[in-house]
Write a protein that binds this ligand. Structure first.
Ligand code: GUN
Ligand code: FE
Length: 452
């Protein structure tokens, strides 16, 4: 049984979309099961358990953040959409857009992972690299291969990275070297990976299976329906792509002429429900947004990929205002970076591009983007009560961020001879940020070393 642990020092999290909470001199008490049992927000307060009541916790391990290294605990990042099988291609996309990118770069690398030795190397490195970037929870696409998908599940479990693992289904419009034979084989192979996930982690504490039709163009209506029925029967999560690219949407409309649109293709197959993760969702119509909301689906916003493949800019504010659950996805290797933090940065910047046409309120604050990269993503993955923030009853699922000795600006001034008029009011154009949000943007987008 694991030891009880008390983490002491600085904690930063976004318990609500517009709330950045910084708890200095705090203590988080974690029980043997890794669950947060108690939080002292201020350890100097007379009510603090750390001061009063440590008997109950005697023998617990104490872990402190180091102020000299600007360290703080932050919730582990949640990546709601990532292709583990595309790891070797991160950053490789040339001038392509979605459909030629799939043919030229993506199907070949995925097919090559039918070789188990290669799959082991690729998945092992992907998990190491995402963990190093702070991703403690991920919704992974593997490949068509049952063996390689099962291997990804085994490796996530071994590394302790919380993961959805899905076998990619495609029974049409895929290359002959990388296509499911027919609906029955595809569903049977999916079932085999689901049985494997359930065998290696029966309670789904770390690894859970997810039904994964790749996207509309590569799945027949029969396959979509077969997977939709199966997911409902087994109460499973579903992940797929939607409305990422205009040529893709035109193709879906041509392939499914009786449907009212892309979302309706999934609706007809019974794939839209509150355990569904839809990636990209860039070019949705208002009716589609309404449908997705009414079905309780979550959306994986993938700003880095959407820029790299010039797919478009998702209207995240419109989705949030509707009340749709939104998280961030790196979509590696459509996205060049395995870091959710990079997606956080790009989500704020992309929202500013959207604001140029949709109005100021489209802008996402950095606090909101951090929320999407943690708690928002946890909601999308059905883990909203377990990870993404520091709360009693949630799992201790955290990263230790060390900024090193990068000085804050005012510290820098003090150490390097502040100019004598530093007490005088700022001149126009000299205003330094004073709010926590300003300090955050200064650190994360500006001067900081909050990089891994
Ligand atoms: N649509 C279908 N497959 C993919 C994929 O692998 N990546 C992205 N970004 N979009 C897709
Ligand atoms: Fe994707």
């Amino acid at each position: 049984m694991a030891r009880r642990t008390i983490f002491v020092g600085t904690f930063v999290h976004t318990p609500a979309p517009s709330t950045l909470q910084i708890m200095e001199n705090a203590a988080v008490f974690v029980d043997e099961d890794g669950v947060i049992a108690h939080i002292d927000i201020d350890t100097s307060s007379p009510d603090a358990r750390l001061n009063n009541d440590l008997e109950e916790w005697s023998g617990a391990e104490l872990i402190f953040t180091r102020p000299s290294e600007n360290e703080f605990f932050f919730p582990g990042f949640v990546d709601t959409h990532i292709h583990a099988s595309q790891y070797p291609n991160a950053g490789v996309f040339g001038n392509s857009t979605l459909l030629d990118w799939l043919e030229k770069y993506t199907f070949p690398i995925e097919a090559s992972l039918a070789n188990p030795d290669k799959a082991r190397r690729v998945y092992g490195r992907c998990i190491q690299r995402t963990l190093a970037n702070g991703t403690t929870t991920a919704a992974y696409y593997a490949t068509r291969s049952v063996e390689s998908t099962n291997l990804l599940a085994d490796l996530c479990l071994k590394a302790g990275q919380r993961a959805f693992v899905g076998r990619c289904n495609m029974d049409q419009n895929a290359p002959s070297y990388y296509i499911d034979e027919d609906v029955e084989t595809a569903v049977r192979d999916t079932e085999a990976t689901i049985a494997h996930c359930r065998k290696v982690d029966p309670e789904g504490k770390i690894v859970r299976p997810i039904v994964t039709p790749r996207f509309g163009p590569t799945c027949t209506a029969e396959l979509l329906k077969g997977l939709g029925d199966y997911a409902k029967k087994e109460n499973l999560f579903v992940q797929t792509h939607i409305s990422e690219n205009k040529a893709e949407i035109a193709w879906v409309n041509a392939l499914f002429p009786t449907s009212k649109g892309y979302a309706d293709v999934y609706e007809t197959a019974g794939l839209l429900h509150d355990r569904t993760i839809l990636a990209h969702a860039i070019h949705l119509t208002d009716e589609e947004i309404e449908l997705i909301h009414s079905r309780g689906c979550g959306i994986a916003h993938c700003p880095v990929s959407n820029l790299a493949l010039s797919s478009g800019n998702a209207r995240v504010r419109a989705l949030l205002e509707k009340g749709i659950k939104v998280g961030l996805g790196t979509d590696m290797s459509g996205g060049y970076s395995p870091s959710v933090l990079e997606s956080v940065r790009q989500a704020t910047l992309v929202s500013r591009m959207v604001a140029m046409t949709e109005g100021e309120e489209a802008k996402l604050s950095l606090t909101e983007a951090l929320y999407l990269g943690t708690r928002g993503g946890a909601e999308v993955m059905g883990l909203g009560d377990k990870v993404g923030a520091f709360k009693v009853g949630m799992q201790w699922d955290a990263i230790l961020v060390g900024l090193g000795n990068v000085p804050k600006w005012e510290q820098h001034e003090a150490e390097n001879g502040a100019n004598e008029e530093s007490d005088s009011p700022s001149q126009p154009g000299e205003q330094e940020g004073e709010s926590a949000e300003d300090e955050l943007t200064n650190g994360l987008l500006g001067l900081g070393g909050f990089d891994s």
